[in-house]
Design a binder for this molecule. Structure first.
Ligand code: G6Q
Length: 534
């Protein structure tokens, strides 16, 4: 990585200082007439089938100009382009670290019509992505021809589960009627049992996904599922497909019906558009729909190269997030899709954001002196209005919200009740929440006061299709990568998950030792003893 970038201090840029000043008096959304039609019209941007409305954020044209300057002074778009070109962007300079390229965007850079000129590293990754994609096409054609499989079980966890699962659930209206996809992730044996119990294993494919090929949960579940097949008189090799990194312990094609590769330059949480999502989504939705997801994602990747923040949706979203986090001091972020189809989408984005940007040192290992990634959470609306919106509207904690909505439903079934359809009711609620949060409400009764000035943005598209979903996924992937670049942190490693894994193995040793006192690990042994587990 460019040394100057790794040593950059965003909080010492003139734009950061300017933003600190502007944040002393942020735009008052609760002032009478503040949310005018003129402001709403001026604060919207379109790309890849989406419109981002941000009049309900506490920004002024001056703040937007300073945010644009922050993007320029930190070379945000330049860094994104370097990432796409295959420069090493996953690195902590001067310390042992992964030192990897970050090339998940190559997995959807497979459309010759849209391709720009590639550097060598990028061209190599694009070539590999195309090879894997055509191998997937081959497998799917074979499966189609044989007509043998009706179900696919994906076994994987974290990045090898959340994205593919969220995307599959989100596209219910595009599921092949003759096929179903299921997911097993947790090492909890009940998770596997619940999925396997209803299946005809003779007609089931199993896709085991583990980039490292060493993940305890996935290897345990693979064994558990294989055992079920064996007990049913079936050979796992005739049913199991593997997706893993080249050279991993799971990269053993002799053991599987088919093996697909992913590469070390695709992080687990950024891997949904690689073969990690490809096998399950291609099986469940059909190959062409998987390609449509890639097409949407590619469109949003190209949009992320726009230097003007008002034209670059993921960058604009990243900057609005930074304004809320670093300048207005909000610690958390609610993502609120008004679409039941996105019921698992927030869980995926939560991982994407918190594992990428929950960091405390910069890209040369210095502690950062400013806040980084927020706490991300959320649920689909309107359900969440009947759950946690009380806190969002009236508590002392301000929760910036990102609303997501669609002009039409996906399944096309709706009914007019009392003059409006359900979809209209859904959208009316989304819009009402954004206005209520922004403008608030005065009242003589203090318990009925809504303070307002609670920032939100609205991301709207026509309909949730494979293409818009691909664009939505890439919108968040790119937003999160931009925030990492702007904060000068490494969004692409995850050292914070290692310690727990090591300690879990020590606890497993205690289980194996069957209660014999361990002198090496008195704390662990003591804890197990006290919990009644020995
Ligand atoms: C994602 C994370 C993590 C990872 C899982 C599964 O970016 O690193 O969630 O995806 O731990 O890892 P494997 O795919 O290696 O089994």
């Amino acid at each position: 990585m460019d040394n100057r970038l790794a040593h950059m201090r965003p909080d010492r840029t003139p734009a950061w200082r300017r933003l600190l000043k502007l944040a002393r008096k942020p735009f008052d959304l609760a002032a009478p007439g503040a949310l005018s039609p003129k402001r709403i019209r001026a604060m919207k941007s379109d790309a890849a089938g989406f419109r981002l409305l941000y009049a309900t954020e506490r920004v002024t044209p001056e703040v937007l100009r300073a945010l644009q300057e922050l993007a320029s002074q930190t070379q945000a778009v330049g860094q994104f382009a370097r990432m796409m070109r295959g420069e090493v962007m996953n690195e902590i300079v001067g310390h042992p670290s992964e030192r990897r390229q970050v090339l998940h965007t190559a997995s959807r850079n497979v459309f010759d019509d849209l391709s720009c000129k590639h550097d060598a590293a990028q061209a190599e990754a694009v070539g590999k992505a195309k090879t894997q994609l055509s191998r997937l096409k081959g497998l799917l054609a074979e499966v189609e021809q044989q007509g043998r499989f009706t179900d696919l079980v994906q076994v994987g966890i974290g990045g090898s589960d959340l994205g593919p699962r969220a995307l599959y659930i989100a596209l219910r209206g595009f599921w092949r009627p003759d096929r179903r996809v299921h997911f097993i992730s947790n090492v909890d044996p009940d998770d596997a049992a619940m999925v396997l119990d209803g299946l005809d294993l003779s007609r089931t494919l199993v896709c085991v996904v583990s980039k490292s090929g060493t993940t305890l949960e996935t290897l345990t579940n693979e064994r558990l599922v294989a055992d079920r097949f064996e007990r049913a008189g079936l050979k796992p090799k005739d049913h199991f497909v593997a997706v893993t990194a080249e050279g991993s312990p799971m990269d053993d094609p002799g053991k599987y019906l088919r093996s697909f590769h992913m590469y070390d330059y695709i992080g687990g949480r950024f891997s949904a558009t690689s073969m990690v999502g490809g096998a399950a989504l291609g099986f469940g939705l059909g190959y062409d729909n998987f390609v449509e997801i890639l097409r949407g994602a590619r469109e949003m990747d190209l949009n992320a190269l726009q230097p003007n923040i008002r034209k670059n949706l993921p960058l604009l979203a990243a900057l609005l997030g930074i304004w809320n986090r670093n300048f207005l001091g909000h610690e958390t972020l609610a993502i609120l899709p008004y679409s039941q189809m996105l019921s698992r989408f927030v869980a995926h984005i939560q991982q994407l954001d918190m594992e990428s940007n929950g960091k405390r040192v910069d890209r040369c290992g210095r502690p950062v002196k400013y806040a980084t990634g927020p706490i991300v959470w959320g649920e689909p609306g309107t359900n969440c209005q009947h759950a946690f919106y009380q806190l969002i509207h009236q508590s002392e904690t301000v929760v910036p919200c990102e609303f997501i909505g669609f002009r039409q439903g996906q399944l096309g079934e709706d009914l007019e009740v009392e003059g409006t359809t359900s979809q209209q009711k859904l959208l009316a609620n989304l819009l009402a929440q954004a206005v209520a949060l922004a403008t608030g409400k005065r009242d003589d009764n203090p318990n009925k006061v809504f303070p307002g000035n609670r920032p939100s943005s609205l991301l709207i598209a026509d309909r949730l299709t494979p293409r818009t979903l691909g664009a939505l996924l890439a919108y968040y992937e790119n937003k999160i990568a931009f925030q990492g670049f702007l904060w000068n942190i490494n969004s692409f490693d995850q050292e914070g998950v290692q310690l727990g894994k090591v300690l879990a193995n020590q606890f497993l040793d205690h289980f194996k030792a069957k209660g014999r006192r361990s002198e090496d690990d008195p704390t662990g042994w003591g804890l197990m003893d006290a919990a009644g587990l020995l």
